[in-house]
Design a binder for this molecule. Structure first.
Ligand SMILES: Cc1cc2nc3c(=O)[nH]c(=O)nc-3n(C[C@H](O)[C@H](O)[C@H](O)COP(=O)(O)OP(=O)(O)OC[C@H]3O[C@@H](n4cnc5c(N)ncnc54)[C@H](O)[C@@H]3O)c2cc1C
Length: 243
């Protein structure tokens, strides 16, 4: 956390760079975490609302990504951005706690994104195997293919049910939400990576081309294992919050 906010009368002045910001340059408002008291470490971080039109706000070039190309990702530069003090979210020093609590809820939306991608890949593969003939019959007739589809559907359904359970806990703000949010995100994204990779496999050579949608789904699935905290970090969160 390097971005700094320094109080100046009724204003805060923000300086720093934020990397990997989804929708940067498109969104009007940005939630920015900045250090307000370096001595206090995580308790010295505060959250602010920054407007795209504030003086000193600018954006980097779009990142050239493996997937989710429909979602722009850019850097946000904060160069002496002077904002009124009432743009602070909550009390001074509560930014880190706010961020951690927010992640408990937003991770579940990444699980849902992963499930949508995986369902799309499974649906496509299910249709394809009925059309494609090898050795005189549709490849759907081969048990090796059937077992792959059964595993894909089984894992996907398990991920969906865990995500629904986590979403219900998010609505109720249950005490074990932190574990469930991390578990849903981690499990669903790992399943999405597996299912989309298997969908590419089931399409054979065509799976590897851009003429069919499953290679895009495989590339899109990858980000769900990375953002909102990598799946290694989710496992740390789960281990610290075992139910
Ligand atoms: C397309 C995209 C959009 C994004 N959008 C946003 C956004 O809108 N807002 C935002 O704030 N961020 C956003 N991010 C940032 C994203 O959340 C981070 O990239 C992600 O959390 C990983 O952090 P890192 O890149 O610093 O990886 P690193 O922390 O450098 O991790 C590198 C590797 O080391 C592993 N690792 C690190 N620490 C540990 C540990 N303690 N134990 C075990 N393994 C470890 C990681 O799991 C990973 O495999 C986005 C990223 C991308 C790629």
């Amino acid at each position: 956390m390097k971005t700094r906010a320094v109080r100046d009368g009724d204003f805060w002045v923000l300086d720093g760079v934020k990397r990997w910001i989804t929708n940067a340059g498109v969104s009007q408002y940005y939630t920015v975490m900045a250090v307000t008291d370096p001595e206090k470490r995580s308790r010295g971080i505060s959250a602010f609302v920054v407007d795209k039109d504030d003086e000193g706000v600018s954006f980097g070039a779009p990142e050239k990504k493996l997937g989710i190309k429909g979602s722009p990702t850019r850097e946000v530069y904060l160069d002496h951005v002077r904002i009124p003090a009432d743009r602070m979210i909550g009390a001074e020093g509560t930014g880190f706690a706010t961020a951690m609590k927010t992640l408990d809820h937003t991770r579940i939306t990444i699980a849902a994104q992963a499930i949508g991608i995986a369902q799309g890949a499974l649906d496509y593969a299910k249709g394809y195997v009925k059309e494609r003939k090898q050795f005189g019959k549709p490849i759907a007739d081969f048990q090796g293919v059937q077992f792959m589809l059964a595993d894909m559907a089984m894992k996907l359904e398990a991920a969906r049910q865990l995500t629904y359970a986590a979403a219900a806990k998010s609505e109720r703000v249950d005490g074990d939400l932190t574990f469930f949010g991390a578990a849903a995100k981690c499990f669903a994204s790992d399943v999405a990576m597996e299912v989309t990779t298997d969908a590419v496999q089931l399409l054979g050579g065509y799976g590897y081309t851009r003429d069919y949608p499953v290679e895009r789904m495989m590339r899109d699935a990858k980000i769900t294992q990375i953002y909102e905290g990598t799946n290694q970090i989710q496992r740390i969160v789960m281990a610290r919050n075992l139910p």
